[in-house]
Design a protein around this ligand. Structure first.
Ligand code: AMP
Length: 391
C-alpha cells in the first residue's frame, strides 16, 4: 500500500500528490484540480439508472456504449440498472487535444445487432453535439424501435445540436474535464473522480523578515486586497499546540524555546496547507521558508503545481526595535515565546543563522525585494503593494 502522502512520478508523465484531503494532478503538460467527487458521480449514475428503469418497465432496452470515454460511466450505470438489458458498443472518434475537431469517424459498428430494439446510447459527455449528431444520423438509417440518449455530463453552453438529451447525469460549465473515463490525450481515464483543468497563474508571495517585523499584520491586509490564501506556519503550529494534536506535541518544545521546528515536520505541514487549496489565486507564505531546505522544498512543490514564487518581500526593522515590540506584544499575545527576552533573543539568533541567508537565495533568483517595515501599518501596506503590483 502507498504511504498516506507521497509524490508519484510515473513514466507516463502523471504524478499525483496523494493526500487524504485533495489532489492536484498533472497529465502531460496540464494541471488539473478535483471537481466532481466519486459520491456525486455515483448519485448521478444511480438517478439515471432509476429513470431509465422507470421508462422501460415492460421491455428490455439495449445500452449502446460509446467508446472509449463512456466505459466507466456505462459500467456503473449498467451495474445499477435493476431490470434486464442488453449491452453493445460503438466507437466514434472526434476529439484530439482539448477541443473538438468536429471530425467524426465510425470505428466500431452495431448496425447488425439493433434491429427492432429500443436503443439507449450511453455517452460520457455531450458538448458541441458533433458525436451525438453522427450517432443520431447513424441510428435513423437503422430499423430500431426507439432511440434514447443518456449522457453523464452535458455542457449546455457548448451544445449546438437540436436533439433533446433524454437522461443527463449532471450539467457542467464549458470547462475541460478528465477522469471517470474521460481523457486528456489518452491520460486520466482511470481517475475515479472528475478533475477540471487548472486555469490562470497564481501569485505566490513570501513575506520575509525577522520575528515581530509585522508579517502577520500585513498579510491580513494583503490577502484581502489580492485574494490570496495566507499561510502562517507559526499560526498553524500554535493551532495544533492548542488542540494538542500530534503535530502540536512535536512542535511545542521547539517553539517554547524559540528554536525552529525541524524541517521535515514543517515542510510536510506546509505542503498539506498548500494542497488544501487547489483553486487558490495564490498564497502569502508568512514565516515560511525559514531555512534553505524549506525554500528549496517550496520551489519544488510549486514547480509540481506548475507555479513559482513570484517574489520574496522583506520587512526590514532594526533588531532592538523588534525586541521591544515582541516584549510589548507578549503582554497580550499569550505566546510563550514572546514573554521572555532570552527566548526572543534566541529567535533572532535562529533567524540570523538559518533564515537571513534566504535573502541571498531569492536575490540569486532575482526575486528579493526589501521594504521599510517601520511606520504606520497602512503606510507599510502601501509600500508592499507597490512591489506586489509589479509581480
Ligand atoms: P512565528 O509565528 O512565525 O513567529 O513562529 C513562531 C515559532 O514557530 C517559531 O519561532 C518556530 O519555533 C516555529 N516556526 C514557525 N514557522 C517555522 C518554520 N518555517 N520553520 C521552523 N519553525 C517554524
Amino acid at each position: 500500500m502507498l504511504p498516506a502522502r507521497s509524490i508519484l512520478k510515473g513514466k507516463n508523465g502523471i504524478f499525483a500528490t496523494l493526500l487524504a484531503i485533495q489532489l492536484v494532478i498533472k497529465l502531460h503538460d496540464k494541471y488539473f484540480v478535483p471537481y466532481i467527487s466519486e459520491a456525486q458521480l455515483q448519485q448521478a449514475t444511480q438517478n439515471i439508472a432509476q429513470q431509465i428503469a422507470g421508462d422501460f418497465k415492460d421491455e428490455t432496452p439495449m445500452f449502446v456504449v460509446v467508446l472509449n470515454g463512456a466505459f466507466i460511466f456505462a459500467s456503473d450505470l449498467i451495474k445499477q440498472y435493476p431490470g434486464n438489458c442488453e449491452v453493445s458498443f460503438v466507437k466514434l472518434s472526434s476529439y484530439y487535444g482539448l477541443s473538438s475537431t468536429g471530425i467524426v469517424k465510425t470505428l466500431l459498428d452495431v448496425s447488425d445487432q439493433v434491429e427492432g430494439k429500443s436503443v439507449i446510447v450511453v455517452e460520457d459527455i455531450v458538448d458541441t453535439g458533433n458525436t451525438l449528431e453522427e450517432l443520431i444520423s447513424m441510428f435513423s438509417n437503422l430499423n430500431i424501435k426507439q432511440l434514447k440518449i443518456a449522457a453523464m455530463f452535458y455542457k449546455s453552453e457548448a451544445y449546438d445540436g437540436d436533439y433533446n438529451i433524454d437522461y443527463v447525469g449532471m450539467e457542467i460549465p464549458d470547462k475541460f474535464i478528465v477522469g471517470y473515463g474521460l481523457d486528456y490525450n489518452e491520460l486520466g481515464r482511470n481517475l475515479p473522480e472528475v478533475y477540471k483543468i487548472k486555469e490562470g497563474e497564481m501569485r505566490n508571495l513570501v513575506l520575509f523578515g525577522p520575528p515581530g517585523a509585522g508579517k502577520g499584520t500585513q498579510a491580513e491586509f494583503l490577502k484581502e486586497k489580492y485574494n490570496l490564501i495566507h499561510i502562517s506556519t507559526g499560526v498553524v503550529f500554535r493551532y495544533n499546540i492548542k488542540n494538542e494534536t500530534g503535530l502540536g506535541k512535536l512542535a511545542r518544545t521547539y517553539i517554547d524555546a524559540g528554536d525552529l521546528v525541524p524541517d521535515e515536520v514543517t515542510i510536510d505541514m506546509l505542503k498539506d496547507e498548500v494542497l488544501k487549496h487547489p483553486d487558490a489565486n495564490g498564497f502569502i507564505f508568512d514565516g515560511f521558508p525559514r531555512t534553505e531546505a524549506q525554500a528549496a522544498a517550496l520551489d519544488e512543490l510549486l514547480d509540481q503545481l506548475g507555479e513559482t514564487v513570484n517574489g520574496c518581500i522583506a520587512l526590514e526593522v532594526d533588531t532592538e526595535v523588534l525586541v521591544q515590540r515582541l516584549l510589548e506584544r507578549g503582554k497580550t499575545s499569550g505566546r510563550s515565546d514572546d514573554q521572555d527576552e532570552d527566548k526572543i533573543r534566541n529567535r533572532f539568533i535562529e533567524y540570523n543563522e538559518k533564515t537571513a541567508v534566504l535573502k541571498d537565495y531569492y536575490t540569486g533568483q532575482g526575486k528579493f525585494f526589501a521594504v521599510d517595515g517601520v511606520g504606520e501599518i497602512s503606510e507599510i501596506t502601501k509600500r508592499l503593494s507597490k512591489v506586489i503590483d509589479t509581480l
